[in-house]
Design a protein around this ligand. Structure first.
Ligand SMILES: [Zn+2]
Length: 138
């Protein structure tokens, strides 16, 4: 039996001024991550200082938006949903929701791509949250 994804209200993550650019890009359907100018490593969530070398020279980069599921958990109380850690092709891992699919078919190493879902927060109706959905054929 399949557990189909249903739209649900998501709470807007806490936003920091340094993440403004991230949310503006999300509204345009772009996933931004940060790359360190000093050591070249990508990281997420976005920080002012590189977590690898502590450099404060970091630059926003648009991620390809594809990755694979590192681990996941399906919540079945109320409206079912899947929380996962997705490893982006660029390397960083992000905590996210897996959407628009059969939640029973979600599996580790599944190839996924980013989709943006509106948070449904009435105070902040313009906010789009990056979620991931399986790439067709997987
Ligand atoms: Zn660095």
């Amino acid at each position: 039996m399949a557990t189909l994804y249903q739209s649900r209200k998501m709470t807007m993550p806490e936003t920091h001024p340094e993440h403004l650019e991230f949310w503006q890009a999300a509204a345009e359907g772009k996933l931004l991550i940060k790359q360190c100018d000093s050591c070249g490593e990508y990281h997420y969530y976005p920080r002012e200082h590189c977590p690898y070398c502590m450099s404060n020279k970091t630059t926003w980069k648009e991620a390809k938006g594809t990755g694979s599921i590192y681990t996941y958990s399906v919540m079945r109380k109320g409206v079912p949903y899947a929380i996962a850690f997705v490893t982006l092709d660029e390397g960083p891992r992000m905590m996210t929701n897996i959407v628009d699919c059969d939640l029973d078919a979600v599996h580790i190493d599944q190839i996924v791509k980013v989709v943006f879902k509106q948070s449904g927060d009435h105070d902040n109706p313009g906010s789009f949250i990056p979620c991931f959905t399986p790439v067709n054929g997987d």
